[in-house]
Write a protein that binds this ligand. Structure first.
Ligand code: G3P
Ligand code: MG
Length: 247
């Protein structure tokens, strides 16, 4: 493995310092050194893809209700910034489409699919990525690995990543067992050992651990040569990367 520093991936933008999954959060993440953005995708009742972590508006907006029960027009009336700080009032739950329009193409996008029960999700997501020329510079990830296998079989151009929070016996052997070309592993950072990281990288898998907010963990993962680090604080990771030397 060559000594290459991991990609700085902003978690829900820069959720440590801005309201998660808003355009403001994505802009701040990029300004603070993020080279990629992780975001979560839900689907409205009328089939629009919206960027939100939870399946309801309750925690991160001034409105209530499940996203799957509401039409996009109603969801868009919710304020998704004021709960975090007054200065962010007026932020909306973004359409995935506007995020793909706004984020520069050199910024990699990691789309985490939260709604895998609605059969419209896969087709619509791939359509959008194709429309905006993002197939090659994006990763679709989800905790629902059966959905991911189906997605890769149906759309071989898609780059897919396994998201999980369990320290498997052998992480890359699990990926290989799925019978598809897996692009990346997205383990919870404290549930993958150095040897599993090493084996995965040797087999050509990208490794993107989440969510890494402590400097000491960031330094360890830089040394382990992970492909990218998902963090709530892209500014902190940027600083750490600047002062990290391979031993
Ligand atoms: O994609 C990494 C991470 O975001 C997965 O967990 O709950 O923060 O979406 P969660
Ligand atoms: Mg996520």
């Amino acid at each position: 493995l060559e000594n290459i520093k991991p990609l700085n991936i902003g978690h829900r933008g820069a959720m440590g310092v801005a309201p998660e999954n808003t355009l403001a959060s994505f802009a701040i993440a990029i300004k603070q050194g993020a080279q990629a953005i992780e975001l979560d995708v839900q689907m409205s009742n009328d089939g629009e893809l919206l960027v939100c972590h939870d399946d309801s508006l309750n925690r991160t907006t001034d409105r209530h209700g499940y996203i799957r029960d509401l039409n996009a027009r109603d969801i868009r009336t919710a304020d998704a910034g004021a709960w975090f700080a007054d200065s962010f009032a007026g932020e909306k739950i973004p359409f995935l489409e506007e995020v793909l329009q706004l984020i520069p193409t050199e910024i990699m996008v990691n789309i985490e699919v939260k709604e895998t029960k609605d059969s419209r999700m896969m087709q619509r997501l791939v359509e959008l990525l194709n429309d905006y020329g993002r197939m090659q510079h994006s990763v679709i990830s989800t905790f629902d690995h059966k959905w991911l296998v189906k997605c890769k079989r149906q759309f071989p151009d898609a780059q897919v990543g396994l998201l999980y929070a369990v320290d498997l016996m052998d992480h890359s052997a699990y990926a290989a067992s799925l019978g598809i070309d897996v692009y990346s592993l997205h383990p919870r950072f404290d549930m993958i050992s150095d040897i599993d990281i090493h084996n995965a990288r040797k087999r050509g898998l990208a490794v993107f651990p989440y969510t890494v907010n402590e400097e000491v963990e960031m330094r360890r993962l830089v040394q382990q040569q992970v492909t990218g680090i998902i963090t709530d604080y892209p500014a902190v990771l940027d600083e750490v990367k600047g002062t990290c030397y391979f031993v």
